[in-house]
Design a protein around this ligand. Structure first.
Ligand code: ZN
Length: 479
C-alpha cells in the first residue's frame, strides 16, 4: 500500500501513523495512531490498523490529525472584498454595507463571495461553516448563495438573513418558505439557521421572524452584546418574549451584563466569539471570562475577511491572547502577578472543533475523532517547514505554531477535499475570474474616488497616533 492521490469509488481512506488529537478529552494525544475512514464515517482508530483491501493510504507520520474545524459565523458573501476594510471601525462597516453599498451586490456577487469563502474555509481546515448570509436581498440572491455552497465539498449552514428588509417581512414571505423547501435540504451537509438582528425598537418588530424560526424548527443566530446596539435591554426583551430558546447562537456577546449572560446560560444558548472582530471593530472585549463565569458554551468564528483573517488558527490565537491579556491586566490592577493562566491551548482547540459542533446541535456526529462519527478530519503536516518539528506539545503546536499552509489533507464526510496542500476539484483560475468580475462591478458602481475613500478612512486630526499616545486629546463625545 502506498500514499496515493486516487480517492473515491468507495475506497476506504487510512490516515497512517499520525499524532491524533481526538478532542473527546481535551488533553488526549495519541501518537503513532491510524484513523480509518469508510464511507462517510470513522470506523477505526488505533495503532497499526489492518488496512482493508483497496484502501487509499495517506502517510500522516510527523503530522497531527484533528477534527475538522467549525466556524459558527462568517459573512461569506462579502469575501470578494477580502482585505478592503482592514482599517475600518464597526460604524464604517455599517455605513459601507448597510447604508451605502450593500445594495449593489447582485446574485452573481453573492455567488462569487460564497464560492471564494467556501474554498478558503476548506483550504484552512474549516470543514463546517455557518454562512451568516444577511445580504440576501431577493430569493435570486439566496439561490446564488446555495449554488455556491453546493459547488464546494464542505459542510455548511445557511444562516438566512436580509439586511435590506425588516426581518418580520422576509421571514414570513411565502417566497422565502418556497425557497427553503426547494433548496435547503437540511440533510447534515447543508443546514439552516435564521440570521436575525435586533434594531433596538422596544416594540420588538422582529418577533414574527423569531416565531418563523420556531415554526421551522431551526435555531436563530443573532449579533448580540455589540457596543451601541443589541445590549442588555434587547436581551431582556428577547427573554420577556420567550425568544431566548435552546440552541440560539449569540454572536460576539461582548458588552453584556451578568443578567444577560445568566439568561443565555439558563436558556441553553451558545456564544460565537470572534476575537479578532471584537478587538478590531469595537463590539466589546471577547467575552471568554464571562462565558467561564456563567458556564456558557463557546464556539469560535472569523466574522468577515473584509477585515480579518479567515482561518480558525487566527481565531484560536486571538482568543487565547485576549483571554490571557485580560487575566494579566486584571491581576496587575489588583497589584498582583498572574502565575498560572486559566485558559489553555487545548481549550481553544476544543472550542474550534467540538464547541462548534455543540453550537450547531451536532455533538452526536461532529467535533471529535471517535469511531462512528462523521469523517471530517484535518491532517496538519508540512515536512518542508522548519516549524514542523519538534512536536512536543501537540495542542500547543496546533494553536500557536500551525497555519493554513500546514493543512495537508482535509476530509469532509469521508470525501478528500484537499490533499498534499492542494484543494481537489476547485478551479482557482475560474474562481479568480469570477471574483474579479465582482470587484470590477462594485468598483464601477462606487467610482474611483468613493472606492478609495471607503478603503482608506481618514484618521481624524484629534486621534492621530502621536496624540493618542501622549493622551493630549479628549475622547470624542456624543457618539
Ligand atoms: Zn458578524
Amino acid at each position: 500500500m502506498s500514499d496515493t492521490d486516487t480517492f473515491g469509488n468507495g475506497r476506504p481512506v487510512l490516515l497512517r501513523g499520525g499524532t491524533v488529537l481526538p478532542m473527546d478529552d481535551p488533553r488526549r494525544a495519541l501518537t503513532n495512531t491510524d484513523v480509518l475512514v469508510q464511507g462517510d464515517r470513522i470506523t477505526a482508530i488505533g495503532p497499526d490498523l489492518t488496512v482493508p483491501p483497496g484502501s487509499a493510504v495517506i502517510d500522516a507520520s510527523s503530522g497531527i490529525v484533528i477534527p475538522g474545524m467549525i466556524d459558527t459565523h462568517r459573512h461569506m458573501w462579502q469575501t470578494a472584498l477580502r482585505g478592503y476594510g482592514a482599517d475600518w471601525t464597526l460604524s464604517q462597516y455599517f455605513v459601507w454595507f448597510f447604508i451605502d453599498h450593500g445594495k449593489h451586490f447582485r446574485p452573481q456577487d453573492i455567488h462569487a463571495g460564497n464560492l471564494l469563502a467556501a474554498a478558503e474555509a476548506l483550504d484552512a481546515g474549516v470543514t463546517t461553516t455557518v454562512d451568516w448570509s444577511h445580504g440576501l436581498a431577493t430569493t435570486d440572491h439566496a439561490h446564488a448563495a446555495v449554488d455556491a455552497l453546493q459547488a464546494v465539498p464542505g459542510r455548511f449552514v445557511l444562516a438566512y438573513g436580509n439586511l435590506h428588509r425588516p426581518a418580520a417581512e422576509w421571514a414570513t414571505d411565502p417566497a422565502f418558505r418556497a425557497f427553503l423547501d426547494q433548496r435547503v435540504p437540511r440533510d447534515g451537509m447543508l443546514d439552516l439557521q435564521l440570521a436575525i438582528d435586533l434594531g433596538g425598537d422596544p416594540s420588538f418588530p422582529e418577533k414574527p421572524a423569531f416565531e418563523a424560526a420556531r415554526d421551522l424548527g431551526v435555531a436563530v443566530t443573532t449579533h448580540a452584546g455589540v457596543w451601541g446596539t443589541a445590549l442588555d435591554r434587547s436581551m431582556t426583551m428577547l427573554h420577556q418574549h420567550g425568544c431566548m430558546r435552546p440552541g440560539t447562537v449569540y454572536v460576539h456577546g461582548s458588552s453584556l451584563g451578568d443578567d444577560s449572560y445568566r439568561r443565555i446560560a439558563d436558556t441553553g444558548g451558545y456564544l460565537s466569539i470572534s476575537a479578532e472582530s471584537e478587538q478590531h471593530a469595537g463590539q466589546g472585549y471577547p467575552p471568554t471570562h464571562a462565558a467561564r463565569a456563567h458556564g456558557i458554551p463557546v464556539s469560535l468564528s472569523m466574522d468577515t475577511s473584509v477585515w480579518w483573517s479567515a482561518d480558525l488558527f487566527s481565531a484560536m490565537r486571538a482568543t487565547l491572547a485576549a483571554d490571557r491579556s485580560r487575566e494579566h491586566a486584571e491581576g496587575h490592577a489588583r497589584g498582583e502577578s498572574v502565575t498560572h493562566t486559566t485558559l489553555r491551548a487545548h481549550d481553544v482547540l476544543s472550542w474550534a472543533t467540538r464547541g462548534g459542533a455543540a453550537a450547531l446541535g451536532r455533538s452526536h456526529d461532529l467535533g471529535t475523532i471517535e469511531v462512528g462519527k462523521k469523517a471530517d478530519l484535518v491532517l496538519l503536516k508540512n515536512d518542508d517547514s522548519p516549524v514542523s518539528f519538534p512536536l512536543l506539545n501537540p495542542h500547543g503546536h496546533v494553536v500557536l505554531q500551525a497555519q493554513r499552509s500546514d493543512v495537508h489533507t482535509v476530509l469532509v464526510n469521508g470525501h478528500v477535499a484537499k490533499y498534499r496542500h492542494r484543494l481537489r476539484g476547485i478551479d482557482l483560475r475560474a474562481l479568480r475570474d469570477h471574483v474579479e468580475n465582482t470587484v470590477e462591478h462594485l468598483r464601477g458602481r462606487l467610482g474611483e474616488s468613493e472606492w478609495h475613500k471607503g478603503m482608506n478612512p481618514e484618521v481624524p486630526r484629534a486621534k492621530t497616533i502621536e496624540q493618542s499616545r501622549f493622551g493630549t486629546e479628549q475622547p470624542p463625545t456624543g457618539q
